[in-house]
Design a protein around this ligand. Structure first.
Ligand code: GDP
Ligand code: MG
Length: 163
């Protein structure tokens, strides 16, 4: 079976962009292009000679404020069940939203290792915004830019250390 890393979070935080970067593919549809993906998208990642699986969740959302809260929570609970490590992706530009808090509430009850990934840290100044994510109660936020790839190598090192 091998290890599985699940990417969860509310729409638009960059989950699919991160999935594509980790799996070095263009498998997951990034939100700009309208069109749905399947609820869950699986791929493989290799880092330092070790291979593991990655699952992207929430492909159902298409440029819409219509957020299916229940669906997001369902995906988070599935991730808790099946994953060895959960990447909880948040958006450092837009900060914490009610949906983030809801996801965090579910994740705090889980024993699965969780990494809070502060995505969209496209420049160093944005790193200072990460402090607010401590309030999610899920440990140190890890700053990356899924778009540029900044920080993703260190994130992969951290993921491997959790297996
Ligand atoms: P998802 O709904 O969580 O899967 O988010 P997507 O991966 O579809 O990305 C949503 C939007 O955020 C898209 O316009 C991406 O290009 C953008 N995005 C993703 N990662 C980054 C990043 O690191 N920096 C910036 N500036 N934008 C990003
Ligand atoms: Mg997506």
């Amino acid at each position: 079976m091998g290890n599985l890393v699940a990417i969860v979070g509310r729409p638009n935080v960059g989950k699919s962009t991160l999935f594509n970067r980790l799996t070095q593919s263009r498998q997951a549809i990034v939100n700009e292009q309208a069109g749905t993906t399947r609820d869950r998208q699986y791929g493989k990642c290799e880092w330092l000679g070790k291979e593991f699986s990655v699952v992207d969740t929430g492909g159902w959302v298409v440029n819409s404020d219509d957020v299916f809260e229940e669906e997001i929570c369902k995906q988070v609970m599935l991730a808790i069940d099946e994953a060895d490590v959960i990447l909880f992706v948040v958006d450092i530009v837009n900060g914490i939203t009610d949906l983030d808090l809801e996801v965090a509430n579910i994740l705090r009850r889980s024993k699965t290792p969780i990494i809070v990934v502060a995505n969209k840290t496209d420049n160093n100044d944005l790193q200072y915004n990460a402090a607010e994510f401590y309030s999610l109660g899920l440990g140190d936020p890890f700053c990356i830019s899924a778009l540029s790839g900044s920080g993703t190598g260190d994130l992969l090192d951290l993921i491997l250390s959790k297996f």
